[in-house]
Design a protein around this ligand. Structure first.
Ligand code: SF4
Ligand code: SF4
Length: 210
């Protein structure tokens, strides 16, 4: 990433201090940009996230660009980068902290808003809503539904109480606001998504032709 003049103007060091407020994340500043994290990132093989770049953008204080981009949300929180970092930088936890900061600034991305909405309504971010998953569980000699709110639907109310206590519903502006934001994002992303799908299809065809 080349730091051009326009980007330099946007530099704001406050985000670094906000991240290291959490003493478990103090090693954030020890990153020496070796790129080992990027090299092992499974999400980076399929998507635009480059872990080293995310850490660098955050370290130099380019928070407006970083917090509003899709990059932060492409991490699957697998912790490979953290395990491999020679400087013991808690990369994954830093990404989670940056997502938290982005969420508090109203910048959570559409798919994450949708999962949050699902969590509030069903008690599961990814509920079992298809018979094939229950059948798969049965084939593994498990109960058709896990011992969660799926088996104890009355517990959904408890989940919703905790969410209210923590003000998570307010954080994502649960309700009409979320619906509006999701619809807007969907509209904005439609052409972009078609391009992504076309690129994926092309890649799959190339791989199949090899
Ligand atoms: S592996 Fe660690 S030190 Fe290397 S770039 Fe990533 S965070 Fe920085
Ligand atoms: S935790 Fe995120 S950034 Fe790190 S390797 Fe996994 S997907 Fe990549």
């Amino acid at each position: 990433m080349v730091l051009i003049k326009e980007q330099i103007k946007k530099i704001d060091k406050s985000i670094v201090e906000e991240v290291v407020e959490d003493e478990l994340l103090e090693r954030f500043k020890s990153c020496y940009q070796c790129g080992t994290c990027t090299g092992g990132c499974p999400s980076g093989r399929r998507a635009a996230i480059r872990t080293r770049d995310v850490i660098r953008q955050a370290l130099v204080g380019l928070d407006d660009d970083l917090l509003s981009s899709d990059l932060l949300w492409l991490c699957s929180t697998c912790y490979t980068c953290y395990e491999r970092c020679p400087r013991d930088v808690p990369t994954t936890d830093i990404i989670i902290k940056l997502r938290n900061i982005a969420s508090h600034r109203g910048l959570m991305k559409g798919p994450h808003l949708a999962v949050s909405k699902m969590l509030i309504e069903t008690g599961h971010g990814v509920p079992i809503n298809d018979e094939k998953w229950s059948n798969l569980r049965k084939s593994l000699k498990l109960t058709p539904l896990p011992p969660t709110v799926h088996s104890f639907p009355e517990a959904v109310k408890e989940v919703q109480t905790i969410i209210k206590e923590l003000k998570f519903d307010e954080l994502i502006a649960y309700g009409e606001e979320v619906k509006k934001k999701l619809a807007e994002e969907e509209k904005k992303r439609a052409p972009e998504r078609i391009e992504e799908l076309e690129a994926e299809l092309k890649q799959l065809k190339e791989e199949a032709g090899k």
